[in-house]
Design a protein around this ligand. Structure first.
Ligand SMILES: Cc1cc2nc3c(=O)[nH]c(=O)nc-3n(C[C@H](O)[C@H](O)[C@H](O)COP(=O)(O)O)c2cc1C
Length: 243
């Protein structure tokens, strides 16, 4: 990654919304960006996708426990292999390869000791132990919580932290290493949110990027492997009927 990209990457640590109103901005050339929808006929899968897109909603009530089977299903359906096509991913990536790592921060996942685990990106469903939820994690969480308006007593049941391997991306791209990681991360996050919607898991993408805090916690160099995306997850309220 070149120095300009590196500086931009580190500046994401201070990223946040502008709170002032945007009065007087010019209208967009694409209007409202809403397209009239034709009636779908004869395609059950397109109909199912449409229903999923319509029902998927972000949730910030993420404190209810998540059951392990559902978490495994989410990871498996998105990170599983593509049969007969080794190296291919179920989510689109700019280079067609898997440049991203997924760290599962389990706070309240049934049957899982609270902690952080690397998710296997193949058919192996094992979560690999990475780190405890210690004071260094608490420093990250203090930055993370305000993004979702969470009170410290009600953290998400689980969080998926997405990581990019800069060296691998740098070998392929010039001047768009950071952009490639962000594009890939966006594609993975959207795939995860759709899968979460289908599996009745509450989810919210989060703009919190904290490479330096996570480097300290996970004992890795953010110059090699950097935090590039965040997805908060939660189970349903006890008694709520699963779809
Ligand atoms: C790249 C990206 C970053 C987001 N960051 C945040 C965030 O930091 N905090 C938050 O509450 N929601 C965040 N969201 C969720 C959006 O606020 C949410 O998608 C939006 O309100 C639309 O709601 P919907 O997902 O239910 O359609 C983010 C969404 C995306 C795509």
């Amino acid at each position: 990654m070149d120095e300009a990209e590196w500086a931009t990457y580190l500046s994401l640590q201070q990223a946040g919304p502008r709170l002032s109103a945007h009065n007087g901005v010019r209208p967009r050339p694409w209007g409202r960006g809403v397209v009239e929808e034709p009636v779908l006929e004869g395609s059950a899968s397109a109909g199912a996708l449409r229903d999923l897109l319509l029902t998927r909603r972000s949730s910030r009530e993420l404190m209810y426990p998540l059951d392990l089977a559902r978490l495994h299903a989410l990871l498996g359906v998105v990170l599983g292999a593509v049969p007969g096509q080794p190296g291919r991913r179920r989510y689109p990536t700019s280079g067609g390869c898997d440049e991203l790592g997924v760290l599962v921060v389990a706070r309240s996942v049934g049957g899982v000791e609270p902690g952080a685990y690397w998710a296997a990106s193949h058919a192996d469903r094992t979560l690999h132990w990475a780190a405890p939820l210690d004071a260094r994690f608490a420093r990250f969480e203090a930055c993370y919580a305000p993004f979702l308006g969470m009170s410290p007593e009600k953290p998400p049941a689980a969080t998926l932290l997405i990581f990019a391997a800069w060296e691998r991306l740098s070998a392929r791209y010039e001047h768009c290493v950071l952009a490639s990681a962000l594009w890939d991360s966006g594609a993975l996050l959207q795939t995860l949110t759709l899968a979460a919607g289908a599996l009745d898991i509450r989810a919210c993408i989060c703009a919190c990027i904290q490479p330096v805090l996570l480097e300290a916690w996970l004992d890795l160099s953010c110059r090699e492997v950097g935090h590039i995306g965040t997805l908060a997850l939660g189970g349903n309220e006890p008694g709520e009927i699963h779809a």
